[in-house]
Design a protein around this ligand. Structure first.
Ligand code: GLU
Ligand code: MG
Length: 454
C-alpha cells in the first residue's frame, strides 16, 4: 500500500525546553512490533531534538521480528540491508519520573528520505482516524488492561476472592503507587480492581482519540511495569499466565460521534442504535473471524479465548453480553449520549494495540461504506444455545487456534486494505514462526514464554 509522503513535523523547541525543565534526562522511545512486543530505543534527552528531526536507526528486519527475537522473512523483509528512522513524537512526550529524569515518547517509523514507512503501525492507525474524519465520524477509544502480578518466585500475588477487598488490601501500597505514577505520567484512569483470576488486577483507562488512546495504553503498561518492579514484583500482560486459570484480556471500548451525536444511542434501530452505529458494529462483527489473527495473535491466545471465560469467544454481538465478541453498552439512563459505547472483548495483550484499533475502526468504517445490515443481537449465552440452533442463527465461534486465525487473516481482502498487503504478510509470517516452532512445546513452557515476553 503506498501513501503520500508525510514529512515529520519540525520538533517544537518550546516543548523540548518544557520537558527539560520538568527534569527529562533520558528519553525512552517505544514502538510495538508485529509480534506485539514493545521495543525500545533511548537517547540522552539533550539529543531529543536531533532524534525528532533525523531519527534513530532501525533495521527494516524488525518488521518480521518474532516474539522469541527470531528474525523470520517475507519476500520483502528479513534481510540485513536497509535502514529506517525512528522519530520520537515529542508532542506526545511526557516526563514519567522527574526524580530519575525519565521521559517517554512513542516512536514513528520513517524511511531515510523521511517519508512515512508504510508499515509504521502507529501511522496505520492514524490513517484510519483520517478516514473516519472523511466520513465525518470522530472516534474515541479506551482500553481495559488486565494483568497478572507475580512475586519474584513466580507465585500470583493474590489468590482471590475475585474482585475481593482482601486482595485490594494486600495490594494497597502497590495500587496507591501505581495510581500516583499514572497520574504523574498523565494517564487517565477510570477504575482499578483485583480481577477474577489469581494475581490478576485490572485498570481501565480514560477515553481518548484513537492514536492517543493507544499511546496512553502503551504508556500505562510501561508505568505498571516500573511500579511492579519497584515493589519487587513481576507483571505480565500475556493472555495466559498460569495454566488452567482465566486469562488476561485487553478489551477496547469505542464510541463515535457524527455531527456531535453519539451514533450508539438515540437512533431508530434496535437498542437505540443509529443507522451509522449499526453499520459500524456490523463491519466489526461480520469480519471478526478474520480479525482474530490481529486481535488474538499468539498460540496462548486460544487458551484464553474460550467459551465461559467472558473473553468474547463468539463472533456475534449483544446488549451487555459478556460472552459476545462485541458488547453494546448503553450506559446509565440520563448519561447515554456520553456513555453509550461498544466493547470488543476478544482482544488480548499479545497483540499490537495500534493494529488492533486500526482493525476495529477500519472494519467499522467498512461497514459504513458498504451500508451493512446488522445481524440480530444475541441476548443469551451463545454457548448455551444448542449447536444446531446456533448454526441456524449464524452464530459461530471465533477461530479456536492460531493457524486457523492466520489463514483467515491472510485471505481477508478488507484487512489487507486496512493494514496494507506487506503488513499483513509480515504479521502472518511472524505468527507462523510461532506455530512452526512452538506447537509441540509442552503447555507450561509455552505459557512461560508468553508470560515473560508480554
Ligand atoms: N478476563 C476476561 C478476559 O480474558 C475478562 C473478564 C471481564 O469481563 O472483565 O477477557
Ligand atoms: Mg476485566
Amino acid at each position: 500500500m503506498s501513501t503520500a509522503p508525510t514529512p515529520p513535523p519540525e520538533p517544537d523547541t518550546t516543548r523540548i525546553a518544557e520537558l527539560a525543565e520538568a527534569g527529562a534526562r533520558l528519553l525512552v522511545g517505544t514502538f510495538i512490533d508485529n509480534a506485539g512486543i514493545t521495543r525500545v530505543k533511548t537517547v540522552p534527552f539533550d539529543r531529543a531534538g536531533t532524534a525528532a528531526r533525523s531519527g534513530i536507526g532501525l533495521s527494516p528486519a524488525f518488521a518480521v521480528m518474532c516474539l522469541d527475537d527470531h528474525v523470520t522473512a517475507t519476500g520483502k523483509f528479513g534481510g540485513p540491508v536497509g535502514d529506517l528512522r525512528l522519530l520520537p513524537d515529542l508532542s506526545t512526550a511526557t516526563v514519567i519520573d522527574a526524580e530519575r529524569g525519565i521521559a517517554w515518547a512513542p516512536l514513528d517509523q520513517y524511511d531515510q528520505e523521511l517519508a512515512r514507512f508504510p508499515l509504521c503501525q502507529r501511522d496505520v492507525l492514524r490513517r484510519q482516524e483520517q478516514q473516519a474524519s472523511e466520513l465525518e465520524l470522530a472516534f474515541l477509544a479506551a482500553f481495559e488492561i488486565e494483568f497478572t502480578l507475580l512475586t519474584s518466585s513466580g507465585a500470583p500475588v493474590h489468590t482471590g476472592p475475585g474482585y475481593g477487598l482482601g486482595p485490594l488490601l494486600d495490594l494497597e501500597a502497590f495500587a496507591l503507587d501505581l495510581l500516583e505514577a499514572l497520574a504523574t505520567a498523565g494517564v487517565g484512569v477510570g477504575t482499578l480492581h483485583p480481577e477474577y483470576g489469581p494475581g490478576q488486577v485490572e485498570i481501565s483507562l480514560a477515553p481518548r482519540t484513537p492514536v492517543a488512546a493507544v499511546d496512553q495504553y502503551v504508556l500505562a503498561r510501561l508505568v505498571i511495569g516500573r511500579t511492579a518492579r519497584r515493589h519487587g514484583l513481576t507483571v505480565s500482560f500475556a493472555p495466559v499466565t498460569l495454566a488452567d486459570e482465566i486469562g488476561n484480556g485487553s478489551h477496547v471500548h469505542f464510541s463515535a460521534t457524527q455531527a456531535g451525536h453519539n451514533v450508539f444511542t438515540g437512533g431508530e434501530q434496535i437498542h437505540g442504535l443509529t443507522t451509522t452505529g449499526a453499520q459500524l458494529i456490523a463491519g466489526v462483527v461480520d469480519n471478526s473471524c478474520a480479525a482474530a489473527g490481529v486481535l488474538t495473535p499468539t498460540i496462548a491466545s486460544y487458551e484464553r479465548l474460550q467459551p465461559g471465560h467472558w473473553s468474547g469467544a463468539y463472533a456475534c454481538w449483544g446488549l451487555e453480553n459478556r460472552e459476545a465478541a462485541v458488547r453494546l453498552i448503553r450506559g446509565s439512563a440520563g448519561t447515554r449520549s456520553a456513555s453509550a459505547n461498544v466493547e470488543v472483548k476478544s482482544i488480548d495483550g499479545a497483540s499490537n494495540p495500534y493494529l488492533v484499533l486500526a482493525t476495529i475502526l477500519g472494519l467499522g468504517l467498512s461497514g459504513v461504506r458498504e451500508e451493512r445490515t446488522l445481524c440480530q443481537p444475541v441476548e443469551e449465552n451463545p454457548d448455551a444455545i444448542p449447536a444446531q440452533t446456533r448454526a441456524d442463527r449464524g452464530i459461530h465461534q471465533l477461530p479456536t487456534s492460531l493457524p486457523d486465525a492466520l489463514d483467515r487473516l491472510e485471505q481477508s481482502k478488507v484487512l489487507r486494505s486496512i493494514l496494507g498487503e506487506d503488513l499483513v504478510d509480515c504479521l502472518v509470517a511472524v505468527r507462523r514462526h510461532e506455530v512452526d516452532t512452538y506447537t509441540e512445546t509442552p503447555m507450561h513452557q509455552r505459557i512461560q514464554l508468553v508470560r515473560d515476553r508480554y
